[in-house]
Design a protein around this ligand. Structure first.
Ligand code: FAD
Length: 325
């Protein structure tokens, strides 16, 4: 019996959610009195694989077939299941990301494993196996008692604190069978927004909505985000109108995020928007309407015109960074 952690990466660089998962895996393995095994899939340099030693990884399996250079959900899901079979893993951990949520159910079907997504806390193994997950678009929590022998848990990024632990990584190649059915999708082109902080991984997010009137007014949003080292996001109508790219759309039909800080500028706070951002640790709302529903979900609220408030915030952050505040 063991725990298997899948280490997600983007273009060969591990994501922060992977370090969270490794910490979660280490803690769960200790609680269950078992060992943690680790799987990387695709083209990742040895130096990057070895860097996982900082998160307590000692034994790492690397499935590095050229066919796995591009992310392919069927093939990756199949490799994950095969790695679980070969290690006899009873608990498999993945990140609750687009890729993780694609791979997890496929691997679960093959392994006849239970699949629990949206997990936000370490499983309680004192009496059975219970996990807590976000439910009803983040408006509630569900306590799930998992009975089946094999379990796949998808952990929400930014819900588990990273802890360092020294280890020396030993890398073993993992050769998986890649059937024609698993390889029936061809990736023709990959377009990456490489110069930006990836929204699902961001700890700080500056987001804006229709209150900004038009795409020409996003300069101040980008400036504030850049000063804070934050990612930018937007409401659905903003991306529908092509003011901003769809990759920035957060909410029920967009990306669900849980950063440490979410600053919402000129966004009303409709239930579908809140569904994707209400797990943020701290929410700051700037809106000129004191009755805007978003204020009910806010930790801090500023009633005011975004075109006056945001430039003042930018000046304040600049002063703070220059040590002249
Ligand atoms: P508005 O509702 O127009 O609000 C603009 C806000 O800006 C207002 O509160 C206004 O007071 C404020 N404002 C105006 N001028 C200023 C100013 N100068 N300074 C400060 N504040 C100002 N929406 C999402 O965001 N994400 C989703 O995933 C999503 N999914 C949906 C799924 C379904 C099935 C449906 C039906 C809807 C979905 N929506 C989603 C749409 C959602 O219902 C809202 O219509 C949308 O979130 C509103 O966007 P908004 O807040 O930017 O715009």
């Amino acid at each position: 019996m063991s725990i298997l952690v899948y280490t997600e990466h983007a273009g060969g660089a591990f994501k922060k959610s992977t370090y969270e998962l490794l910490t979660y895996g280490r803690h769960l393995a200790a609680a269950m009195g078992t060992e943690m095994k680790v799987l990387a899939i695709g083209n990742v340099a040895d130096a990057e694989l070895n860097s996982l030693g900082k998160y307590g990884v000692s034994a790492l399996m690397h499935a590095n077939d050229a066919k796995l250079n591009d992310f392919n959900v069927r093939a990756y899901g199949s490799v994950l299941a095969q790695a679980a079979e070969s290690t006899g893993a009873q608990v498999i951990l993945i990140s609750n990301t687009f890729s993780g949520k694609g791979m997890g159910p496929r691997a679960a079907a093959r392994l006849k494993a239970a699949y629990v997504d949206n997990v936000i806390e370490l499983a309680n193994t004192a009496n059975g196996f219970e996990v807590i997950k976000n439910a009803f678009s983040g408006k509630g929590f569900a306590h799930v008692s998992v009975k089946s022998a094999k379990k796949i848990l998808a952990i929400v990024p930014n819900s588990y604190k990273v802890e360092a632990a020294e280890a020396t990584v030993s890398i073993a190649p993992f050769s998986a069978e890649l059937s024609d059915a698993a390889m029936n999708t061809k990736v023709r082109e990959v377009k990456r927004a490489t110069d930006k902080i990836a929204l699902p991984d961001a700890e700080l997010v500056v987001s804006a909505g229709r209150g900004l009137k038009g795409p020409e007014n996003w300069g101040m949003v980008e400036e504030l985000a850049e000063l804070l080292g934050a990612a930018t996001a937007c409401s659905k109508p903003v991306s529908d109108a092509d003011w901003r790219p769809h990759s920035e759309h957060v909410g029920q039909t967009g990306i669900a995020i849980s950063p440490n800080l979410y600053i919402a500028i000129g966004i009303s706070g409709a239930i579908q928007h809140l569904a994707g951002v209400s797990s943020s640790k701290t929410i700051v709302v700037i809106n000129k309407d004191p009755e805007a529903p978003f204020f009910k979900a806010a930790d801090y609220g500023i009633v005011g015109d975004a075109f006056e408030v945001v430039p003042k915030m930018i000046e304040a952050v600049k002063k703070l960074k220059a040590g002249t505040a």
